[in-house]
Design a protein around this ligand. Structure first.
Ligand code: COA
Length: 241
């Protein structure tokens, strides 16, 4: 059975030479699943982060105005507590600042789409590039994804930078594909990364060589590297496409 890790700690905050991104700002925290499916505290915090930034999110997130109280966040809290779904909230220096995770899954083709939002007070530090890189690794290693997709409005420059920085391929642009509650209709750009692309350049796998040189590695990192090598072997033998 799929079981995503409960916590993905933000420890690789130096320049990541290999994957070409860097988390700035000296934050402590990471990506977390909720411990309980009915956590009122997390519902309140999610609501607070969205409510304080409605004007910022409204052009890009069609659901923003349907969140009218913390109670409307309860289904999200439930999915955050579900270890079989790849959904995480972000916490930086104690504050809940955003969310990242799978928003759509096609089990037949093994395609998972990753979505994200991040409190603008914490934008521009590279945290979401880091988080999407981790989410992608979790989809391939734990979720069995064959392809990860990211879809953004063509005008959404900040959102597009993320798949571009993470080496996604632009598959195409869907003209007039998404109507927002305001009536604005966006063209949608589709980015993707296949399992074989990812195995060549495994973004999100903890680069432990320099940081943990003489330390015992946490078990999740060992698990992740083992899963990675297993997949690579299967791919070489032609068991994976
Ligand atoms: C898109 C979003 C998640 C980016 O969050 P973030 O914390 O700034 O992400 P990062 O710091 O990792 O930065 C991502 C890239 O976008 C750039 N960026 C951030 N804000 C930007 C802005 N307002 N304009 C242009 N570029 C911007 C960053 O500089 C970075 O690129 P760089 O490293 O090459 O400079 C956030 O702005 C957001 O929640 N937007 C609204 C919701 C949304 O659009 N979600 C995505 C739907 S597909």
């Amino acid at each position: 059975m799929i079981e995503y890790p409960e916590v993905v700690g933000l420890i690789d905050s130096g320049w990541n030479e290999e994957h070409g991104y860097c988390v700035r700002g000296g934050f402590k925290g990471g990506m977390y699943k909720a411990r309980e499916p009915n956590s009122q505290m997390i519902a309140n915090e999610l609501y607070g982060a969205i409510n304080a930034n409605r004007d910022f999110f409204r052009p890009w997130l069609p659901w923003v105005d349907s969140i009218k109280s913390p109670a409307d966040e309860m289904p999200i809290v439930e999915s955050l507590a579900d270890r079989t779904t790849c959904k995480y909230y972000l916490r930086l220096n104690g504050w809940l600042t955003g969310m990242v995770g799978v928003v759509r899954e096609d089990k037949k083709t093994g395609t998972m789409e990753i979505g994200y939002w991040h409190d603008p007070r914490y934008n521009g530090y590279g945290v979401m590039i880091w988080a999407v890189g981790k989410a992608e690794m979790l989809c391939f290693l734990y979720g069995g994804a064959k392809k990860v997709e990211i879809r953004c409005a063509t005008e959404n420059k900040a959102a597009r930078r993320i798949p571009e920085r993470l080496g996604y391929r632009q598959e195409g642009i869907l003209p007039a594909a998404k109507k927002m509650p305001s009536g604005v209709v966006h063209d949608i750009v589709v980015y993707s990364k296949t399992l074989s692309n990812w195995l060549e350049r495994p973004t999100g796998l903890q680069n432990v060589n320099w940081y943990w040189k003489d330390l015992p590695w946490p078990k999740t990192y060992i698990d992740q590297w083992e899963k990675y090598y297993k997949l690579k072997k299967e791919m070489a033998k032609g068991k994976q496409k």
